[in-house]
Design a protein. Structure first.
Length: 507
């Protein structure tokens, strides 16, 4: 979802009354960022409080390449990382994730092995349907048990966009909150819906109700669901003891427009880029009786701050044995105090840009490749800026492109290299970059290697009655530019039977 998708951020159709009301009753963050312009790394950063380059959710197989966790990925969130729910357990919290996990598919990466007590959702997004033996549809889980698959048991109609998944996720949230209130136990709920991710979907009662097409229908349903969750907290009498934060994992994908694309407001480009449209997110904090109503903050915030802020709310300290990039936002929300901090814009393994105050310096620019662009894939449709939205990777480390985001939020007019303003700002930001890189210990990249999709090409039975199958493996494509490769072999079926506790057993 993009910065410009909410009425409170200026979306003209005003179709998000509940989120707008949430902002009126809480605090609106105008300068809030994700940690990556893509889903998986952003979610890893939210739950660890650490940049993807630290927690391992990046690839080194290509410079500045975005990577995520498709069905066939081998990697996932490392055991060495401490996730927010793992730490909240120490304070007696019950933790549940509803919706999209996207931090690894193998059992060792299962959310219930990383601090969550309950899960209803999918390890991936609804990219399919794959609908084949080699690439089956995405599974949906309740805790450890697969309860069905997208497009099969959990229908998504690609022609109409109809699906009731958001309603299922809403009811799961309401039931969980009710259960926790009845037990008088503190809880952490990570409600990670994916309705605005292409292919976009909405429930039947919301289809055709928006002026913005199917994407707008999905946004309206999300808005309605959040309104019901907040009302439920109030009806149960626990709203003043419950902190709620709404945000997104990356900017809206503009390439899906007009029917399935969102809005990033006045900002340049969208998802997959490190321009403002790819990484600046809608963000609203709500805590009646604590956060003054109607607050608007220009604090530079990050999804990683939710890690540190949540620990602070639970009376816990962040781990001291690792670098934590998130800051505690409670002083901002409760006292209006601002913290001076930079924002680092990473794309894969490369630091592309840095923001300090109102200044943003680009050390690398790249929208997407000419090859993709010539196929009609454009991350900046209708927003081409000469020398900025480049289709080749352009380095500016010696003379960064500098923008004043207060005067130029759309990043269209870089400041003159010769100006005193440029010299002062770049000198300050360069010092921040040197300090950051000096303390940076990159994590082992988890998104370098894909699994091997197995395809059966023949089978036979030997004299002992053992069934043998002839297989060939096709390496999947998990990042841009990887070439397919095939291998062949024979496997005795009996040797494939493993206990589910075996960490190498695939989902």
């Amino acid at each position: 979802m993009g910065w410009g998708d909410l009425g409170v951020f200026g979306e003209p159709s005003k179709e998000t009354p509940n989120l707008d009301q949430m902002a009126a009753e809480g605090m609106l963050f105008l300068d809030f960022y994700t940690a990556s312009p893509l889903c998986s790394p952003s979610r890893a950063a939210l739950l660890t409080g650490r940049l993807p380059v630290r927690n391992g959710f990046y690839t080194t197989n290509g410079h500045a390449r975005n990577a995520y966790t498709p069905q066939d990925i081998v990697g996932g969130i490392p055991d060495s990382e401490l996730l927010l729910p793992e730490l909240l357990k120490k304070a007696g919290y019950t933790n549940k994730i509803i919706g999209k996990w996207h931090l690894g598919h193998r059992p060792q990466f299962h959310p219930l092995r990383h601090g969550f007590d309950e899960w209803f959702g999918s390890p991936n997004c609804h990219f399919g349907p794959y609908d084949s033996r080699e690439r089956p549809n995405i599974p949906v889980y309740r805790d450890w048990d697969m309860v069905g698959r997208y497009y099969e048991d959990f229908k998504i109609d690609l022609k109409t966009g109809e699906a009731n998944l958001t309603q299922l996720y809403l009811q799961e949230a309401l039931d969980f909150i009710s259960k926790q209130q009845a037990s008088q136990q503190p809880f952490f709920l990570y409600w990670a819906i994916d309705a605005t991710h292409a292919p976009v979907y909405a429930s039947k009662q919301f289809l055709g109700t928006s002026q913005r097409g199917l994407y707008g229908d999905a946004v309206r349903e999300i808005d309605d669901s959040i309104g019901k969750i907040l009302k439920h907290l109030q009806q149960l009498g626990i709203s003043e003891n419950t902190f709620v934060f709404f945000t997104s994992d990356n900017g809206a994908a503009l390439i899906s427009a007009p029917k399935q694309g969102g809005s990033n407001g006045p900002f340049l480009c969208g998802k997959q880029t490190t321009f403002e449209g790819g990484m600046r997110e809608p963000a609203i904090a709500w805590w009646p009786g604590h956060i003054p109503a109607g607050g608007v903050s220009h604090q530079l915030g990050s999804v990683m701050d939710l890690f540190s802020t949540s620990l602070s709310l639970a009376g816990l300290q962040p781990p001291s044995d690792r670098q934590i990039d998130g800051i505690d936002l409670l002083p901002v929300m409760l006292q209006g105090k601002l913290t001076d901090r930079p924002i680092f814009y990473y794309r894969g393994n490369e630091l592309m840009a840095v923001r300090a105050g109102l200044y943003k310096a680009h050390y690398w620019t790249w929208s997407n490749s000419w090859e993709e662009h010539n196929k009609g894939i454009d991350f900046c449709p209708g927003q081409s800026v000469a020398g900025v939205t480049t289709h080749t990777q352009e380095e500016h480390t010696y003379l960064p492109l500098l923008f004043h985001l207060g005067r130029d939020p759309g990043e269209k007019y870089p400041l003159s290299f010769a100006s005193d303003e440029y010299q002062r700002a770049v000198e300050h930001i360069s010092g921040l970059v040197q300090q950051h890189k000096a303390s940076l210990v990159p994590g082992q990249p988890q998104l370098n290697v894909c699994d091997q999709a197995v395809m059966v090409s023949a089978q036979s039975t030997d004299a002992l009655g053992n069934l043998w199958i002839k297989i060939h493996f096709i390496k999947c494509q998990c990042w841009e530019g990887m070439l397919g490769e095939e291998m062949h072999g024979h496997v005795l079926v009996a040797s494939l039977i493993r206990d589910r506790a075996d960490p190498s057993f695939p989902f």
